[in-house]
Ligand binder design. Sequence first.
Ligand SMILES: Nc1ncnc2c1ncn2[C@@H]1O[C@H](COP(=O)(O)OP(=O)(O)O)[C@@H](O)[C@H]1O
Ligand SMILES: [Mg+2]
Length: 323
Amino acid sequence: MTALLHLDEVSVAIGTIALLERISLTLGQGEILGLVGESGSGKSLTAMAAMGLLPLIGGRITAGSVGFDGQDMGAMTDAQRRALRGRRIGFVTQNPMTALDPVQRIGAQVDVVSRLHLGLSRTAARARTLDLLTQLRIPEAAAVAEAWPHQLSGGMKQRIVIAMALAGDPDLIIADEPTTALDVTVQAQIIQILGALVRDRGLALLLITHDMGVVAQVCDRVAVLYAGRLAEEGPVGPIFAAPAHPYTRALIGCIPQDGMARGSLRGIPGAVPSALAFPSGCRFHTRCAHATDICRTAVPALLPRDQGLVACHHAGQTTGDAA
Ligand SMILES: Nc1ncnc2c1ncn2[C@@H]1O[C@H](COP(=O)(O)OP(=O)(O)O)[C@@H](O)[C@H]1O
Ligand SMILES: [Mg+2]
């Protein structure tokens, strides 16, 4: 099977600062991959690299390659990459306000995607828009299509952004923290709707989140990023049952349990190090309770484990509390 999206040891820099190191990800047709890590881990940069958008922020791929449906994106022209985005890759951003034009009615903003990418007529595009809004469980789709962005709630706006990502009939959706800006009550609902739509249509989804609970809810596989490197990757079931990397375990430990007040959400002590001062060896060693000398000096290789990969000198030997 050809992977739909394949990052092969992609390294990314902005100016002279190396931000991502040898990131490999594979996303097959119809697969949902969660890309998870705390803020500053490099998730958005990975998404930008996958979409060929790094030049927008002055970044570039310094090593490795990105393939989409067997084609090397690095070898494409700007026009070819632009055609891919919207038509074959739909993008959902974190903040729906930046994705929507405040002075255009909702319907027109969704219509334009299928008119541009699928060549639909005005009438056909509007029919498609209303159909998409209904599938996203937006009540009174026709009225919403006539509304202005400021008249909608955050959750409704984010459903519109998802409709825009779907309107070009893409094979892949990249959603970068699609619910982070929303109320917790709305978050789970949107993730559930997005997951169901993607499954129904057999689309691939790269779902970026800092929340392992979201990963558990919808993803087939998960890739854990820490400080610009992959810590662990593999199928969701085995990784949640037996996370091999202390960082993965710590992220799983942050999922609020039933009955726990949302406000008491636990974090991992310490912070993701800055790219200007990445620690030597394993970059997680400064926050890891299991760190030994080798962790401080040698970069752990990403090695196969079960059906996935893990980069930890003590993979699988550590249990219990991670950090
Ligand atoms: N435009 C930029 N210029 C300089 N550094 C950046 C830029 N964008 C991101 N970074 C740095 O790259 C790292 C990863 O950022 P990002 O991919 O946005 O993380 P995440 O999405 O996981 O929160 C961070 O340390 C951030 O400071
Ligand atoms: Mg981000």
